[in-house]
Design a protein around this ligand. Structure first.
Ligand code: C5P
Length: 234
């Protein structure tokens, strides 16, 4: 079934105070939040517990990529933290992905496991350097198929790839897309941006949105206007 709560706000902030100032303005019933490497490395699991305690679903974006045993233990630890979704690199291989799935097979709380295919910062030249003679899109398709075979719940991808992947993958396989900008917003450092409505039309299930909301003068109102755009009442 389609989840109406599609927006994941990227908490790309350097301190707990900044995070709390934003979260106090938001309703956990109308958005989810993403904790990435910077915030986690600064503030750690205590902040994750605190945000979870406020009722927010947390996407822990630490992109695990290691030997299967290590990833198995890291995923188990994230499940104990109560996160809603977490990321790992599909390039870690089938055994690593299956070890991640096994980690939560009997867990009380099972986070959604979402694989990163190819980082959008990498292009054709970077693949050649790694000895991969394929286009970035072919590589994304290959790794997304691997993620599906290894029982992941979805992949992170660019919204520009979403329509392609939607055709390739099973219907309920989740597509999580960053690089979203409402019409008229600055691109910042994003190169290929897609509007929220276009991302959903392309088949995206969850939209990761940072600065358009976190830097807005009125973040809650901005969130609401993006939600209206997505549901076609914009
Ligand atoms: O502020 P902005 O909307 O650009 O934030 C997007 C978020 O999504 C950031 O946390 C960024 O690290 C993340 N991300 C991305 N592109 C990817 C993967 C993750 O922008 N390919």
């Amino acid at each position: 079934m389609q989840d109406e709560n599609k927006i994941i706000i990227a908490l790309d902030m350097a301190s707990e105070e900044e995070v709390m100032a934003l979260l106090r303005l938001l309703d956990p019933a109308s958005c989810r939040v993403k904790v990435g490497k910077e915030l986690f490395t600064r503030c750690g699991p205590d902040l994750v517990r605190r945000i979870g305690g406020m009722g927010f679903d947390i996407f822990l974006d630490l992109k695990f990529h290691d030997i299967p045993h290590t990833v198995n233990k890291a995923v188990a630890a994230a499940a104990e933290l109560g996160v809603w979704m977490l990321t790992l690199h599909a390039a870690g291989g089938a055994d690593m992905l299956r070890a991640a799935r096994a980690a939560i097979a009997d867990a009380e709380h099972r986070p959604l496991l979402v694989a990163v295919t190819l980082l959008t910062s990498l292009g054709e030249d970077d693949l050649v350097v790694q000895g991969i003679q394929r286009s970035p899109l072919e590589q994304v398709q290959r790794l997304a198929s691997l993620a599906q075979e290894c029982d992941m719940d979805g992949v992170v991808c660019s919204a520009a790839e979403a329509a392609d992947l939607r055709k390739l993958l099973r219907k309920d396989f989740l597509l999580v897309t960053p690089g979203i900008r409402p019409q008229g917003d600055p691109a910042n450092d994003q190169k290929r941006i897609v509007t929220p409505a276009a991302a959903v039309q392309a088949g995206s299930d969850y939209l990761v949105i940072g600065r358009p909301i976190t830097r807005a003068r009125a973040p809650a109102e901005r969130l609401l206007s993006i939600q209206r755009e997505i549901s076609g009442n914009g």
